[in-house]
Design a protein. Structure first.
Length: 223
């Protein structure tokens, strides 16, 4: 079982961009591995098209993206034409991120990506809609797992990356529905007598019936 903070397993795979070694492909970037049940399916096509439109946002955050589907490379390549069309992209442009071939589900099974309730014509389980975020140190930082019938929210994935990258550098946590620029929460591990040192712009303590001063808000740090 993979735990947050573990080194994400390395693997070699065939993709639409050729054979890759995952860790070497990541280099000094963050990475997102996201899986899809099958090529030429409606929800998957909308997701990959949305990712095409949002790719500049991921690049700004030093994040590489790579997909996985349980069909062949030749199928992926044909499917990419539909994805580009749905996204409103020029059909002559090179597809900008790789998609992994995983016909025997070996990689999907090893990473817990399969959906046992969704089977193909051969009775094999399809890959679920998994999201794995890996940082520059190749550490596993976040996972999301959706069933085949529910499309993901890639704006939420960007929000999560903003939170992970911010909280790696500042002694804050991000509250419910936070987005970049909103107030953050001071970590409970920061003693009150050190608050001024770490947060010279000030901290607001939210009064609570318990009388405990643990809800401490501060401006979103500028990194």
């Amino acid at each position: 079982m993979l735990f947050l903070g573990d080194v994400f397993p390395n693997f070699t795979a065939n993709t639409t961009a050729g054979e890759i070694n995952f860790h070497e492909w990541l280099g000094s970037s963050w990475g997102i591995l996201f899986s899809h049940p099958s090529d030429f399916t409606p929800v998957c096509t909308t997701e990959l098209a949305k990712l095409l439109n949002l790719l500049p946002e991921f690049e700004k955050r030093n994040v590489k993206v790579i997909g996985l589907s349980c069909d062949s490379i030749s199928s992926h390549i044909e499917w990419c034409k539909d994805i580009k069309s749905y996204a409103g992209c020029n059909e002559d442009e090179k597809f900008p991120y790789p998609i992994i071939e995983d016909q025997d589900r070996s990689l999907a099974k090893s990473l817990g990506m399969v959906d046992k309730d969704e089977l193909d014509q051969k009775g094999m389980p399809l890959t679920a809609r998994a999201v794995f975020i890996v940082d520059v140190n190749k550490k596993f930082r976040l996972s999301l797992l959706y069933p085949a019938t529910t499309g993901r929210n890639f704006d939420e994935i960007l929000r999560v990356i903003d939170s992970l990258q911010l909280t790696d550098k500042a002694k804050v946590a991000t509250p419910v529905n936070w987005k970049m620029g909103d107030d953050c929460m001071v970590l409970p591990t920061i003693p009150q007598d050190q608050v001024t040192k770490f947060f010279p712009k000030g901290v607001t303590v939210v009064p609570l019936p318990s009388g405990k001063n643990y809800l401490r808000k501060t401006e979103c740090p500028k990194l």
